[in-house]
Design a protein around this ligand. Structure first.
Ligand code: UN1
Length: 497
């Protein structure tokens, strides 16, 4: 009998009120049933929001250094549980153990960062234009925050949202990706064990229409933070706009590595392999385009293919495996479809191109690492997010052309340049329009204490992680204290020097 898991609402583990559940399976072996998870609906969301609302009344008044104590303890518990959590995560979403351990590490790092923030949460003091008057601005919590997250970073991304929200004094309803509920349970259980009071963090599992839509629409949810596809993000944005709900969106990417004629090709090749095929290409920061200067193009393609050909594909829990499966059949079908699109568009397939289905691969969702060369910037494989192990290589004649190609997509999350020339590096750093930029490193590998997010169709102007995340989960209040004992009128009674 598979284990049946429950939602967490107001310090109780409870089934969905309808009793409905869904199955979650291991993408490396679809016969491995991980468990049954609640298929929640609007009534479950209502209960979770009500609990979060009640808890907000007292949590907002807990001094931030007191809230921080809980996050310090959580950091230590995440560290102790890292290997177990990584194993559970690989089993449910497929990326290799070294990467899932890295995912848990992001939650550890973020816990420490936000715990430290509990003793800062800096506001500003400013002079007043009037005599005997004091002016300051402080951060205030907002209320109940609805967090809707993706399966590819199932512990890191929730930590980027939930921990800043908590340290600011908000309470949370968390709807994790359907594909990675066990990791969400591990995350929530750790915060409970660290001492989070009842109702401050609530977990509601299920699919998007059933469990996420009611969070977005709920009048008592003050902030929605979402990581996922651009189509879903657009719908969430529209719903939130109608009621002026604060919304933070972190969506797709079509990230690019520029390889200049003076690049160290050995480094560029390693970067393209890691950026393109790490996490099976299922990162919003994945390098799915490599734009290469014509002077080194042939040699880069040859070395890139030779290196990517050596990648060991398989079950991410097995030693030596470097690339796991796609998350599920639907995602794999999308990869297969894009490979067809690339072929039909006339791109040159130089590596892979097929689903792996023999022997040990038969029960899982595996695809070969795939490289297309001679891709042109107008092809769909060069413009649309694939979210799989498919990289497009594009030839250019100059840095200017490389930057133009880099910018000529709807998305703007991450970009990188490989060059030994500081002028190239600084020019690209300035002119490529993205939220993240790397020099002589791939497009992946963001650290939690820097702002994370993108421009154009990737985001909506907010950032998560870093101290910038506090701007999503708090509102500024400007406060004026007049201790002159008389009415002083701003802009009118200002003394002239
Ligand atoms: C994501 O793909 O949604 O920079 C997040 C990186 C990781 C996080 C990626 N630290 O690639």
């Amino acid at each position: 009998m598979p284990q049946t898991y429950r939602n967490y609402i107001d310090r109780q583990w409870v089934p969905a009120q309808s009793g409905a559940t869904y199955e979650n399976r291991n993408p490396a072996d679809r016969e491995d049933l991980i468990g049954l998870f609640p298929q929640s609906g609007a009534v479950d969301v209502d209960a979770a929001v009500a609990a979060a609302r009640r808890a907000y009344a007292s949590w907002r008044l807990v001094p931030a250094p007191g809230r921080a104590e809980i996050l310090y303890r959580a950091a230590q518990l995440f560290r102790e549980r890292k290997d177990r959590f990584a194993d559970d995560m690989t089993r449910e979403m497929g990326k290799v153990l070294a990467e899932t351990a890295g995912d848990v590490q992001e939650a550890i790092d973020m816990s420490y960062l936000m715990a430290g923030e509990g003793r800062r949460l800096f506001g500003q003091t400013t002079p007043s234009e009037l005599r005997n008057k004091f002016a300051m601005s402080i951060r205030q919590p907002i209320g109940v925050c609805g967090m809707i997250t993706a399966w590819n970073f199932p512990m890191a991304v929730p930590s980027w949202k939930i921990l800043p929200a908590l340290i600011c004094g908000n309470t949370v309803v968390f709807k994790p990706a359907e594909e990675a509920p066990l990791t969400a349970i591990n995350f929530v259980q750790t915060l409970i064990d660290a001492g989070l009071p009842a109702g401050v963090l609530n977990l509601v599992m299920g699919d998007g229409p059933g469990a996420a839509a009611p969070i977005v629409e709920h009048p008592d949810v003050a902030v929605v933070s979402f990581t996922g596809s651009t189509d879903t993000g657009r719908r969430i944005n529209e719903t939130c706009a109608r009621t002026f709900k604060k919304v933070h969106l972190e969506m797709g990417g079509k990230n690019v590595i520029l390889v200049m004629d003076d690049a160290r090709l050995d480094l560029a090749v390693e970067g393209a392999v890691w950026g393109g095929f790490g996490t099976t290409g299922q990162r919003c920061t994945a390098a799915s385009r490599v734009v290469v200067h014509e002077a080194v193009y042939d040699s880069f393609v040859e070395r890139f293919v030779a290196r990517a050909r050596q990648l060991v594909v398989g079950d991410g829990r097995r030693d030596g495996v470097q690339m796991g499966p796609s998350i599920h059949e639907e995602q794999l079908a999308k990869v297969v479809e894009y490979v067809d699109i690339g072929r039909n568009e006339g791109a040159r397939l130089v590596l892979g191109g097929s689903r792996l289905s023999d022997g040990a691969f038969a029960a899982g969702c595996f695809h070969e690492p795939t490289i297309f060369a001679d891709v042109t910037p107008t092809m769909r494989i060069a413009r649309e997010e694939i979210f799989g192990p498919v990289v497009s290589v594009i030839k250019v004649r100059s840095l200017d052309e490389a930057i133009a190609v880099a910018n000529d997509v709807a998305y703007g999350l991450s970009a990188a340049i490989y060059t030994q020339d500081i002028n190239n590096a600084f020019t690209a750093m300035r002119d490529v329009y993205t939220g993240l930029f790397y020099v002589n490193a791939p497009t992946i590998g963001a650290e939690v204490h820097l702002p994370f997010g993108g421009v154009k169709a990737t985001g909506n102007g907010h950032r998560e992680a870093g101290i910038a995340a506090l701007d999503v989960f708090s509102e500024w209040k400007s406060i004026y204290v007049d201790f002159s004992g008389r009415l002083q009128r701003a802009q009118m009674d200002t003394e002239q020097i």
